[in-house]
Design a protein around this ligand. Structure first.
Ligand SMILES: [Ca+2]
Length: 237
């Protein structure tokens, strides 16, 4: 009986490893961890999505256009440039994800592996195809936290939470029944989930935690859906 349990454990480990290899930095191009913390060299917040297992409902593979999307982890590989590089053409450094033609309910998600108090989520769209973020819903553990509207589209969208939102699975999904652009994809390049390092708080982790405010920060409920563009260059200094 014991050998059966050992055998089951062995195959379970193989499955977990195989799943991880599908989309957690083992894809072509690997992951760039150079900016896992911001500001660089003086870390106040950490991108907990970087290199974590990601999945999506489908991958674009068009024989006529001869373009093929790489796997879901290309949206958490630390490369936030906004040019779509199909994996069949750029095998060594593909970037961005693109769901399939016939997928009418596309989604993409990342599992952070444990619950975190999320301070801010940053999404990098695809240059020239920002419309494909229109009406995309962002949820954290199934709770809607933001909806991209045609008026709010940007190459970089920042979704701050103050106080932070506790969660583990961040998902983008799109209800194509509300669309009239005949282009019902999810197509973007990077999603970052920022968590404040110990001792810091605020949507950009820019405030030092005071003993008298720490309790309130962890028990409040976030409702904000405001989008900002933040000056990363200034922060890096
Ligand atoms: Ca990327």
């Amino acid at each position: 009986m014991r050998w059966l349990l050992c055998l089951a454990y062995f195959f379970a480990c193989l499955l977990i490893q195989a799943w991880g290899q599908t989309c957690a930095c083992q894809s072509p191009g690997g992951c760039n961890f150079a900016q896992i913390c911001l500001p660089v060299g003086n870390c106040k917040r950490r991108n907990e999505a970087l290199g974590k297992p990601a999945t999506m409902s489908s991958a674009y593979d068009n024989n006529i256009k001869k373009l093929k999307s790489g796997p879901a982890c290309l949206a958490v590989n630390g490369n936030f440039d906004t040019e779509f590089r199909p994996i069949n053409i750029h095998a060594s450094n593909p970037n961005c994800i693109h769901t399939a033609d016939n997928d009418k309910s596309p989604f993409w998600e990342v599992d952070l592996g444990q619950h975190f108090d999320i301070a801010i989520i940053t999404v990098y769209g695809r240059n020239g195809q920002l419309v494909r973020l229109s009406y995309v819903r962002l949820t954290v553990d199934g709770v809607e936290r933001y909806v991209f509207t045609p008026q709010s589209l940007s190459l970089r969208t920042e979704i701050p939470f103050d106080p932070p939102v506790s969660g583990r699975v961040v998902r983008l999904s799109r209800d194509t029944s509300t669309l009239d652009d005949k282009d019902p994809f999810i197509d973007f390049c990077e999603l970052q989930v920022w968590v404040c390092e110990t001792g810091w708080e605020g949507p950009w982790c820019e405030r030092k935690v005071l003993a008298t405010t720490a309790t309130a920060t962890t028990t409040a409920t976030a409702t904000t859906t405001t989008s900002y563009n933040y000056d990363y260059d200034a922060e890096a200094n």
